[in-house]
Design a protein around this ligand. Sequence first.
Ligand code: FA5
Length: 353
Amino acid sequence: MTAVPTTDANLDEIRGGALAALENVTNPTEADAWERTYLGAKGELTAFLRRLGSLPADDRPAAGRAANALKQELTAAYETRSQHLAAADLERRLAEDAIDITLPGREPALGVVHPVSRMIEELSDIFALMGFQTVFGPEVETGRYNFDLLNIPSDHPARDVWDTIIVESDREEIVLRTHTSPMQARTMEQTEPPVRVVVPGRVYRYEAQDASHEWMFHQLEGLAVDTNITMADLKGVLRELARQLFGPERRIRFRCDFFPFVEPGVDFAVDCAICNGQGCRVCKHSGWLEMGGAGMVHPKVLQGVGYDPKRYTGFAFGLGVERMVMMKEGVGDVRAFAGNDLRFLRQFARFAV
Ligand code: FA5
């Protein structure tokens, strides 16, 4: 407890003590405590002023002036010290919170377009230039569209060519479509010739997986029906596709194949762009890369949708989309596409949206 001062000598003591204590104040909390001790309502100086009345009358004015002068001096000293402390405090906090603005920012992780989706867009663009409209169809199909209208009756052995995932077989046969060809009949049923469409989409087969076979993959169907459509049109369209995708030097090859919904039927291949048809690992040393099946629409298919096969002819083809990406990008295993491995997908970062 500080003794209650009563004379000028006490003022000197207060002054000395206060200024010395102020020197030791190191933060705003201590500064507040100092202010209360020396200048506050219960502080030493106020106590001194209250005591003035007990001084002899002659001494009072001088003591009062001296006390007020000291109050001003201490207030000024307190303010200076407080400002100094506040500035030091600000500097300390700035130093603590410092951010290095020269550090490069963290780039947000952007998604990329899946290579299969990218290929579908590319194929749609190429076919659009040749007058084909892109349409989409259901992945869950009836046996009627997946098989019957494609000239594959229930008792026909060709129905077993595809290992079908059957959703329901009691009343009506419901399947996951095994190919995009059901959209041939669906499209023709909805429109009159001329027809020119491509149909990209997922297809499903109950198949053992290996490097070139998936149980879920994508196809792109093509269909053109009009008067006077010939095999030469099919050849011209597929050759243009191969050149747009793989470069102007490319040649295509047709070989006989059987699909119940086309006659004649072919499989078609493009000469390998990597070895220029000489034979390499990618084309399994054959010089050719298989792209899909094709042919002239079977008259029974045209009849089934109410088109007159004597008046109209057409061609159709079905491409494996994953295989196209594999050929173009040198991907060795079809399972990579649905494998969800970001290391694989990030290689296609150039397809950023
Ligand atoms: C068909 O699916 C016929 N619908 C194609 C067609 C359409 C022929 C129109 C005539 C007229 P295919 O089963 O061969 O045919 O399959 C076509 C392409 O799909 C194949 O060439 C291949 O590229 C791809 N493909 C087939 N099975 C798989 C599989 N399990 N995994 C990945 N791609 C496959």
